[in-house]
Design a binder for this molecule. Structure first.
Ligand code: TXA
Ligand code: MG
Length: 357
């Protein structure tokens, strides 16, 4: 298949040039006709298909090489669409939607018959998200349907934060890639299950527990995602969280502790690895970058703005493979707020290999 590659650049509908409009119309019509289009959202790039068309969902699984029991998120472009797709909607869902939509939050609700089991991986619930990215919203509207979209990476690779990442994984496998530049947030949406008594976070993201609690009171976190769930044998409630996620080709270790001890320990490990003839890399922050002796030292962002760390995480992990390093040492990140979402992804990439100093 020849994958069409188009670029758009608009911040809102009024901003759209004739070219932007043409691209969105074309992408919308591909989706309407059962094809697949990758597009930017505020979190990561999504791989979209008609969420109400079981054949389109099957194509998504095939393009990603994703197990078909791992459900897709259905994207909408207005809050009311929630009622088209889901039934028994609790008050908490309306409250959360009112506060965080459009934005990086996905809710799990009881599905209506209109949503095929191919989209929900056989579940009676459906994941729904109203993204805030102008390109995503314009595309959903242009399609005239609701868009099932997982992250646009090959299953097991880091989610794409740039159109070039999508191209690496999806060229030749889908109809079109819409390049809308680098995404803002860089890690996937927070998933909240609102089907139970108490809302439960199934995947941490930019919208934190504290932010949710400010709207609906007590919120729980699926215990399976907090730490070494694989070791404890607890099954996470979001099926996708059980899969081993991306592991870089190089051996990744996270070093946790006070900054000075972390720098010291990483430098000692770098020296040993170098003496063994290995190519070494360090994932540092702006504040510590100069202190390391790795062959490659990359800053992931600044600790004074945690969102910079989230935004660069997946790009750095992808780059580690391109650079062909043998060992990677990473600093650790705060375990509250957005840091929890970052650590959740980093721990998976490291196969939970952590040294505490
Ligand atoms: O930010 C995002 O959410 C991005 C953008 C493209 O919107 N999408 C995304 O989709 O991350 P994906 O498919 O990579 O991750 C969806 C996660 C998986 O872990 C899946 O198991 C979970 O959502 N999920 C989907 N439907 C579910 C359901 N009905 N119950 C529980 N978990 C569900
Ligand atoms: Mg994904």
């Amino acid at each position: 298949m020849n994958t069409k590659f188009c670029t758009v650049d608009f911040k809102n509908e009024q901003d759209m040039t004739e070219h932007d409009k043409e691209v969105i119309m074309e992408a919308g019509s591909i989706l309407k006709n059962g094809g697949l289009v990758a597009f930017p959202t505020e979190t990561v790039y999504g791989l979209g298909g008609d969420g109400l068309d079981k054949k389109a969902s099957e194509k998504i699984y095939a393009a990603k090489g994703r197990p078909s029991d791992n459900p897709l998120i259905v994207h909408i472009a207005d809050i009311q669409a929630m009622e088209v797709l889901a039934g028994d909607i609790p008050k908490t869902a309306w409250q959360l939607a009112g506060k965080f939509w459009p934005g990086p939050m996905t809710m799990i609700l009881n599905k209506k018959d209109i949503v095929p089991y191919e989209t929900t991986g056989g579940l009676d619930t459906v994941a729904i998200r109203f993204p805030s990215h102008p390109v995503a919203c314009a595309l959903i509207k242009a399609s005239g349907t609701y868009i099932a979209a997982p992250s646009a990476n090959t299953s097991g690779r880091p989610s794409p934060t740039l159109a070039s990442h999508v191209r690496e994984d999806m060229d030749g496998k889908i109809d079109m890639i819409v390049d809308g530049g680098r995404v803002g947030i860089g890690i996937e949406s927070t998933i909240v299950d609102v089907t139970g008594e108490v809302p439960m976070i199934l995947r941490p993201g930019y919208i934190t527990k504290e932010m949710l609690e400010a709207v609906v009171g007590h919120v729980e976190i699926d215990p399976a995602i907090i730490d070494d769930h694989l070791l404890k044998g607890v099954r996470p409630k979001a099926p996708g969280m059980k899969y081993k996620h991306y592991a870089p080709k190089g051996d990744l270790t996270i070093v946790e502790g006070d900054s000075e001890s972390v720098i010291d320990t990483i430098n000692r490990m770098v020296d040993i690895a170098k003496a063994e003839g290995k190519k070494t890399a360090v994932i540092a922050v702006d504040e510590t970058k100069k202190a390391y002796r790795g062959d490659i030292v990359e800053s992931i962002g600044t600790r004074s703005r945690e969102e910079t760390i989230a935004a660069n995480l997946y790009d750095i992990l992808r780059r580690m493979d391109t650079l062909g390093v043998d060992v990677i040492y990473s600093e650790s990140f705060e375990d509250g707020g957005l840091g929890q979402a970052v650590m959740n992804r980093l721990l998976k990439a490291a196969g939970h290999q952590v040294i505490k100093v």
